[in-house]
Design a protein around this ligand. Structure first.
Ligand code: 5GP
Ligand code: MG
Length: 193
């Protein structure tokens, strides 16, 4: 699709199958929690998904369509990779979280778990609101030592420590529309790292 792509790590078929698995597990677990609270999966105002923008955009769009649960989305912006860079510069919130998460079943959705700073930040902020449950779901997890102690409850694929793009993940804002997870040619990564 783009000449700058070096190779595809995960195909669109592999992603689709894994997203269906994750959705099945997540809806089974949420349904169990709701029942334990005396609620039904179609009851209002119980489940909130918090996708971290912009990387989780494509993943959450596919994932929510596998969840037969009544839910709301509350997007959160976290920036860690300003511009042409492939190294996390630490996580920073870009918008306030709506203070409606106490007592709700909350699922934080991100594209990839790398240093762990993003999920640790978001988990901390949401945890303060005392949700009924707080889960984390990532499509990808990098096989690296984390800077923050954090893990994802649901994880699609573990990948090696390489900078990837596609399926929502960008380099300098581009390649989010690539349907696969791919690695760019080294010459395409021409930013000041
Ligand atoms: P962490 O805070 O765990 O280091 O990184 C999480 C965030 O960094 C992700 O939400 C994602 O936006 C970005 N990120 C980490 N690794 C990659 C990668 O390989 N490719 C891209 N495009 N973004 C990444
Ligand atoms: Mg991100």
């Amino acid at each position: 699709m783009f000449p700058e792509i070096d190779r595809v790590l995960i195909t669109r078929e592999e992603i689709a199958a894994r997203v269906r698995d994750l959705g099945e597990r997540l809806s089974a677990d949420l349904s169990r929690d709701l029942e334990a609270d005396g609620h039904h999966p179609h009851d209002e105002d119980r489940v909130v998904l918090v996708p971290i923008m912009t990387g989780a955009l494509v993943f959450v769009a596919d994932l929510i369509r596998t969840l037969p649960v009544k839910l709301r989305l509350e997007v959160l912006g976290v920036s860690s990779y300003p511009g042409q860079t492939v190294r996390s510069k630490g996580a920073r919130l870009k918008n306030e979280l709506p203070s409606v998460l106490s007592g709700k079943h909350v699922v934080v959705i991100d594209d990839i778990l790398d240093s762990g700073r993003t999920l640790a930040l978001v988990q901390g902020i949401i945890g303060e609101q005392r949700p009924a449950s707080l889960r984390t779901c990532v499509l990808l997890s990098k096989d690296v030592e984390r800077a923050a102690v954090v893990s994802a409850d649901y994880q699609g694929f573990e990948i090696p420590d390489e900078f990837v793009v596609g399926y929502g993940l960008d380099y300098d804002g581009y390649y989010r529309n690539l349907p696969e997870i791919a690695v760019l040619k080294p010459a395409a990564l021409d930013g000041p790292f």
